[in-house]
Design a protein around this ligand. Structure first.
Ligand SMILES: N[C@@H](CCSC[C@H]1O[C@@H](n2cnc3c(=O)[nH]cnc32)[C@H](O)[C@@H]1O)C(=O)O
Ligand SMILES: [Zn+2]
Length: 429
């Protein structure tokens, strides 16, 4: 179906904003941007009073953790995972994970996110949710081998590779995959040595939590006597299609290494603040030439999936981290939420230009908190909210029109997720 997004202003790849229409071809790609002659299209979206952005990219998360939103707060990462999260995750069924992922999809569509990365389990039901929602995603099965016997550990890693091969190209190509060892220290070294080359052979990227807390760094120091950067590099984990989450506790050599290996870092400021993990060196990473993307992480450590929040948090925390108000300016935050995420995930999105897939969010600027408008990019980084998104388009298909999600029944999705979450809590206790 052809589509015309008309009457709005468009955020161009150079982050200027200009009055323009966006025409989308039958194949879901942007066909023209500018002052377009009227030509019949199957559908139109009214963007007047709004700004058309590339759909936002949530480059690290655990979608089904929407079920655990508010379940356990105010704890540091290790205690939170071991005492609360992992026990209840142990009782989640594929249907629970699917319901949580659909809730995440509704939340993301409503706040202008069109692509996301997901590390979880029962990935088949996550892929189904992505297919139904009309979103784009890079999915993977998270591998944790600590506390498992050899056979179970190996089976978990083998599953990650099998899942990556099985679902790559699902949802008409909108689903791509990755092999996702949870973190360098939660996966056995021998298994990393065995499976990382297999992932490379299969052409599947790697994604993992990296230097999220000081404890994560210490764990590798104790185990191997080196920094996690050197450890991961030795195992071949820092390939140019690898993207890592967090990168909070990085030394200079690790920052240089990430730049040299062309490994992207997903900054998750809300999760890092909530779990008191630390402040990532975002400005230094960007100065070193590292691609930085944004992620919400799971809804249980955020507690929402609104990337506008994340962009604002990234700009704010980036300044506080280096005691410099000019660090991580508005443009950087907007770029990380769009192009940075697309580059991290290796997706051909993140910019509005002819030939690119039509993944778009139309933000309504007619709101008191967006008035007056001195600088639209400032508003996008600092003042806009997910709820200002009026229309969302992915791969040329309208997923939300005038704040109504079209691909999923939002009320039914909420109801099912709430019921399943309550049930899971009962089973876990
Ligand atoms: N197959 C594994 C599951 C790994 S999925 C990825 C895991 O990352 C967990 N997780 C969520 N947020 C974070 C974080 O910030 N740091 C580390 N792990 C997290 C999440 O709860 C989930 O258990 C198993 O059998 O346990
Ligand atoms: Zn995470």
């Amino acid at each position: 179906m052809t589509l015309l997004v008309t009457g709005g202003r468009v955020l161009r790849p150079d982050l200027t904003v200009e009055r323009a229409d966006v025409r989308v071809d039958d194949d879901g790609r942007i066909d023209a941007v500018g002052a377009l002659e009227r030509r019949e299209t199957d559908q139109t979206l009214d963007a007047s009073g709004g700004i058309v952005l590339p759909g936002l990219v949530n480059a690290h998360g655990h979608a089904a953790m929407t079920l655990l939103r508010g379940y356990a707060d105010d704890k540091p990462l290790d205690a939170w995972l071991q005492e609360d999260v992992w026990p209840i995750e142990g009782v989640l069924t594929p249907e629970d994970v699917g319901a949580g992922a659909r809730l995440a999809a509704v939340e993301m569509i409503r706040s202008g996110t069109t692509a996301f990365a997901d590390m979880y389990f029962h990935v088949g039901t996550v892929a189904e949710a992505v297919a139904d929602a009309g979103l784009r995603a890079r999915l993977g099965h998270g591998v944790v081998t600590v506390g498992k016997d050899d056979e179970a550990a190996r089976a978990d890693f083998a599953e990650s590779l099998a899942v990556a091969e099985e679902y790559d190209g699902a949802a008409d190509g909108r689903v791509t995959t990755a092999v996702m060892p949870h973190a360098p220290h939660t996966v056995d070294t021998d298994l990393l040595a065995e499976f990382v080359p297999k992932a490379h052979e299969a052409g599947v990227p790697l994604h993992f939590h990296f230097n999220e807390t000081a404890e994560y760094v210490e764990a590798i120091d104790e185990e191997a006597g080196v920094r996690p950067g050197a450890y991961a590099d030795d195992l071949g984990m820092l390939a140019d299609d690898t993207w890592v989450a967090h990168g909070v506790h990085l030394d200079d050599a690790e920052i240089d290494l990430l730049a040299e290996r062309d490994v992207a870092v997903v900054h998750c400021p809300a999760s890092n603040m909530k779990l008191a993990s630390g402040m990532a060196p975002v400005q230094r990473l960007r100065d070193a030439g590292v691609t930085v993307a944004l992620g919400t992480d799971g809804a249980a450590s955020n507690n929402d999936l609104d990337l506008f929040d994340e962009a604002r948090d990234a700009a704010m925390l980036g300044k506080l981290a280096v005691d410099d108000a000019s660090a991580v300016p508005a443009e950087a935050a907007v770029e990380m939420a769009t192009r940075g995420g697309a580059e991290a995930l290796g997706l051909p999105v993140g910019r509005i230009e002819a030939g690119a897939p039509a993944d778009l969010a139309v933000v309504d600027f007619d709101a008191p908190h967006l008035t007056p408008e001195h600088d639209p990019v400032s508003h996008l980084a600092y003042a806009a909210r997910g709820s200002d998104v009026r229309h969302t388009v992915c791969d040329g298909r309208v997923l939300m029109r005038d704040r109504e999600v079209l691909t999923l029944d939002a009320d039914a999705v909420k109801r099912e997720a709430a019921e399943r979450a309550r049930d899971a809590v009962d089973r876990a206790s």
